[in-house]
Design a protein around this ligand. Structure first.
Ligand code: SN0
Length: 325
């Protein structure tokens, strides 16, 4: 979270500090038990959602969270509008009709909060990891911006995941394993990057397991233990968080398909009767076997429910910060 000088929240694009995480979890759980307890704060306020990529959960849970707070929502599938130029001093004679400088200011006239989803190119590592699209929106918008998954982070997903782990943990410090899984398409590193960023500030033991060559960006993993043998990583795990991502070092590539890294019931049997987690959408019988996904330890639907309350807590925080500025 980014703060103004007097510690009011300005934008929500990455993990805040530990106190703020605890505060958000607490707030989200309050909203979960009483979703409509604060319906006046969003009166006459508008949330504008811009999706440059597909979305089901993020789109609907953000709308639901806003409605619960009495806000109105404008949801724009931004894949169909003008293409935006993000670079300065360009001669704009290509396919991009609109510059970010006007676009962000214009949208700010219609919105009290702007949410943006924009996936990485997976071709230009430096540009993707500068998170330039969301950062340029922040630069020129005059209202708070929230990330609905940027090139390198998905903070609303991670907040929901941390809430879900808190609700289901049976020990004070559970073992959480983030496991790479196979996938037919090269996918962003945003979900695992954020997951590591948030979990490392939580009371859990995190282990990452993936085939060699799929190391995440060191700025996210820090000193987190990496185990290249999936089965030994699973031993004593309380939560298995499955996700595919493309290679960071061989940027955006599927370096080897590794179909034997699928999560199976046999592998889950090596754990401490662990819960199975995934952010969805998930490719059945590629990422995870039906038996695990449909089994009683699967938390994927609970995670998607918590997306509402995670977002509601963040929107509430932004609205209260704006009111007290
Ligand atoms: C996205 C990702 O970042 O991995 C969004 C996850 C919340 N996932 C996909 O794009 C999956 C697409 C597919 O074809 O399975």
């Amino acid at each position: 979270m980014e703060y103004t000088t007097d510690y009011k929240i300005k934008n929500f694009t990455q993990v805040p500090d530990q106190d703020s995480i605890n505060h958000l979890i607490h707030k989200a759980l309050e909203f979960k038990s009483k979703p409509f307890k604060n319906q006046s704060i969003g009166k006459n306020k508008t949330l504008v959602l811009l999706f440059f990529n597909p979305s089901l959960r993020t789109r609907l849970s953000s709308q639901k969270a806003a409605f619960n707070l009495g806000m109105s929502v404008i949801d724009l599938n931004a894949t169909e509008g003008w293409k935006i130029e993000y670079t300065d001093q360009m001669i704009m004679n290509s396919d991009k009709a609109e510059h970010i400088r006007e676009a962000a200011q214009v949208i700010s006239q219609y919105a009290d909060i702007i949410g943006i989803r924009s996936f990485p190119s997976l071709t230009d590592k430096e540009k993707d990891y500068s998170d330039h699209i969301i950062n340029r929106f922040i630069e020129f918008a005059s209202v708070p911006v929230i990330s609905l998954e940027s090139a390198i982070r998905h903070p609303l997903q991670s907040l929901a995941d941390v809430i879900t782990i808190n609700e289901h943990k049976k020990t004070h410090r559970p073992k959480v394993v983030l496991s790479w899984t196979p996938h037919p398409k090269p996918l962003p590193q945003a979900v695992p990057n954020s997951f590591v960023e948030w979990i490392n500030l939580s009371d859990v033991d995190l282990v990452i397991t993936h085939p060699k060559g799929y190391e995440l960006a060191p700025q996210f993993t820090g000193n987190t233990p990496i185990i290249y043998d999936q089965e030994s990583a699973f031993e004593n795990a309380d939560f298995i968080y499955a996700k595919n991502w493309s290679s960071f070092s061989n940027y955006g590539q599927i370096i080897s398909p590794k179909s034997d890294w699928m999560i199976t019931q046999k592998k889950m049997n090596l754990t401490n009767d662990a819960y199975f987690m995934h952010c969805l959408p998930v490719r059945r019988n590629v990422v995870v076997e039906d038996t695990v996904l449909d089994g009683k330890k699967s938390l994927v639907i609970q995670q998607s429910e918590n997306r509402i309350y995670a977002t509601q807590a963040v929107l509430h925080q932004l609205l209260s910060s704006a009111n007290s500025l």
